[in-house]
Design a protein around this ligand. Structure first.
Ligand code: ZN
Ligand code: ZN
Length: 350
């Protein structure tokens, strides 16, 4: 190990972090700062998930499915670094057991209520940026702003604080604050986003077209997330494990998926619903289509033909592809599952 691993190039930092912390890393496009494109099959219309992807399963270093291609396999990382000489690398937080608090400094005037779901204290002046907002949120929880963890300064004067956190538990923030809104209903507050499941942050040493990301902390080891942060995350809807409303009845036993009869019927119904939905344009009834598909498949879930999580994930992904906002997706899915349509009688076809 070197004395100052993250003062080197981004690729070297990425390799060091994958080796020493087992972080899952990936190269990004230097100007879009987004994952590099995967193969045509995975890009075009094929609605399989990353965890069912033949390219990723081969483990040969395909960059399919965006951030889900991230790996801590040092051979693959070395191959990527020589093939894509990009200067921007990132860590996929969720799968690395990490969470990042993304504090921005975009300027502008803070809304009257800069905290998501909490009143801004009267004694405080309005925040100038995300760091201010976050410091006030911490103080309301009786905590100080603790930056003694893996931290990165961004070229736009923002700050990423990276903490270790329960793998799979925390959601990334969705949505944005519209100009003129006087209340923040996304992230933890004004210019504070959470990045975790499916989220990534750029590693120090990276130089994008907007500038260089630099290590802001003395330590290169992430601290455990503060306790108060868990409460704030749960309060603002970032907890993926928050149990949904109790179901009206016990779930039906799951029929083994043998590729025949009801299971096959349900899988094919799901596939065609997803294909249709994903291809829909705005203002053509995407919401309604999602609700109807969810309701129809909910009946098959109740009949034990197909697994609910698989249905929800696939429909949500298709709806997201069609550009439906996350909030509307959640609502339409939940509504559909509340009103399941009875599964069709397919005995003759089975
Ligand atoms: Zn692929
Ligand atoms: Zn794939």
């Amino acid at each position: 190990m070197t004395a100052n691993p993250t003062a080197q190039t981004a690729a070297t930092a990425a390799l060091w972090l994958a080796t020493h912390h087992k972080w899952h890393v990936l190269p990004l496009h230097p100007s879009t700062k987004r994952p590099l494109a995967g193969c045509t099959d995975c890009r075009n219309g094929d609605l399989h998930h990353a965890d069912q992807c033949p390219c990723l399963a081969r483990g040969n270093g395909a960059l399919c499915h965006g951030v889900w291609a991230a790996t801590n396999d040092t051979d693959v990382i070395t191959r990527w670094a020589s093939r894509w000489r990009t200067s921007v690398w990132a860590v996929h937080l969720g799968v690395s057991g990490l969470l990042a608090v993304d504090l921005d400094a975009h300027g502008g005037t803070a809304p009257a209520q800069p905290l998501n779901g909490l009143p801004w204290p009267d004694r405080e002046p309005p925040p100038a940026d995300g760091i201010d907002t976050y410091a006030t949120l911490a103080s309301l929880s009786g905590a100080a702003l603790d930056t003694d963890t893996f931290a990165t300064d961004t070229p736009s004067s923002g700050l990423h604080l990276v903490y270790t956190a329960e793998p799979g538990r925390w959601k990334s923030s969705r949505g944005y604050v519209r100009k003129g809104d006087d209340t923040v209903r996304t992230g933890l507050g004004w210019q504070i986003d959470i990045k975790a499941h499916g989220g990534y942050v750029i590693l120090p040493g990276s130089t994008s077209t907007t500038g260089t990301y630099r290590r802001a902390s003395n330590t290169v080891t992430p601290a455990p997330r503060p306790n108060w942060l868990a409460d704030a995350l749960t309060r603002t809807g970032h907890d993926r494990t928050t149990p949904p409303a109790p179901a009206a009845k016990a779930p039906a036993p799951v029929v083994a998926v043998d590729g025949h009869g009801p299971a096959r019927y349900a899988a094919s119904a799901l596939r065609s619903a997803c294909t249709e939905l994903a291809a829909m344009q705005p203002n053509t009834g995407r919401n309604r289509k999602l609700f109807r598909s969810a309701s129809r498949l909910a009946g098959m879930v109740e009949a034990g033909w197909i697994d609910r999580t698989g249905v929800e994930t696939a429909l949500a992904q298709a709806a997201q592809h069609a550009g439906l906002p996350a909030g509307e997706i959640r609502y339409a899915l939940a509504s559909g599952f509340k009103r399941p349509r009875p599964a069709p009688d397919i005995r003759s076809a089975a």
